[in-house]
Design a protein around this ligand. Structure first.
Ligand code: HEC
Length: 248
């Protein structure tokens, strides 16, 4: 299948990123996209949308990335409509891709971390190719995700909240960063690079397949057991998620 993609011209840049990600351990991702690329690249992905409302423009830009070169549509559906997915390989993904139009309990920061770093242990891939995607691209994707849920957020607000520590885990991480000598590095950026990837499971909050009330229970149990030690917290959450999934 991969050989087949390599010959295709329409999706060349997509394919490069895909193989790279595949090397990092996302075989399913490559499998899914071999279908998408062979099926034809989307149109108009690179076009900026005219109009005087800058908020709308950012959302439109995010939308064109979503349905274009960021290939989110391959798993979440064209325009976030999960029903438009007819690819059997996507249907078999476990956990299955989230319906991004359904109201979500995720904060701006959580969505930012999910889009930038992916969700470990699932087929949700990271978008960390900094040559193809700028930080602003990520922010416009988030603006689009909120728009899909019928909630508009100005880009400035998204930009400031994307780096604002707010969960217990975030605050504990920020404290660790404060104690370190960052030298010439930008503290927020460096802290994120150093800790956010490691504690991603904790930072991105409730996985869609864990019920809200069960998640609240897990939070209480783990906070009690781990007492703000990040490594113990991580172990506790992971064990509770696994146990919950086995109970089903
Ligand atoms: C290869 C398939 C795949 C691709 C491509 C993909 N996703 Fe996902 N995504 C998933 C899966 C699977 C989940 C659910 C993971 C879980 O249950 O924890 C998910 C979850 C998410 C979530 C979390 C939703 C919530 O409220 O919990 C967001 C946000 C998201 N994806 C956005 C995106 C965006 C934006 C893109 C494109 C940059 C993208 N995804 C590309 C498979 C994919």
């Amino acid at each position: 299948m991969i050989a087949k993609i390599k010959r295709g011209s329409a999706g060349t840049c997509v394919v490069k990123g895909m193989l790279h990600i595949n090397k990092l351990g996302f075989p399913v991702f490559a499998m899914v996209f071999s279908f998408v690329v062979v099926g034809g690249a989307p149109h108009g992905a690179e076009k900026a949308v005219a109009g005087d409302d800058t908020g709308r423009q950012h959302i439109q830009w995010g939308k064109s990335l979503f349905n274009g070169k960021a290939v989110c549509f391959g798993c979440h559906g064209q325009n976030g409509d999960i029903r438009s997915i007819s690819n059997g390989q996507v249907a078999q993904l476990n956990p299955s891709p989230t319906d991004l139009r359904a109201p979500s309990d995720k904060s701006v920061r959580q969505l930012y971390l999910i889009v930038k770093y992916g969700i470990p242990g699932t087929s949700m891939p990271p978008l960390r190719d900094t040559e193809k995607f700028s930080s602003e691209d990520i922010l416009t994707l988030i603006a689009y995700l909120f728009d899909l849920q019928g909630r508009a957020h100005p880009l400035e607000l998204i930009a400031s909240q994307a780096v604002r520590p707010h969960t217990d885990t975030d605050v504990a991480m920020a404290k660790l960063c404060e104690q370190e000598d960052m030298g010439k590095f930008d503290r927020k950026e460096h802290c994120e690079q150093r800790y956010a990837k490691r504690y991603l499971d904790l930072l991105i909050g409730r996985p869609p397949d864990i019920a809200l009330d069960r998640y609240a229970q897990i939070e209480t149990i783990c906070e009690h057991i781990a007492n703000h030690d990040l490594d113990s917290l991580e172990l506790c959450y992971r064990a509770e998620y696994t146990a919950t999934r086995q109970d089903k």
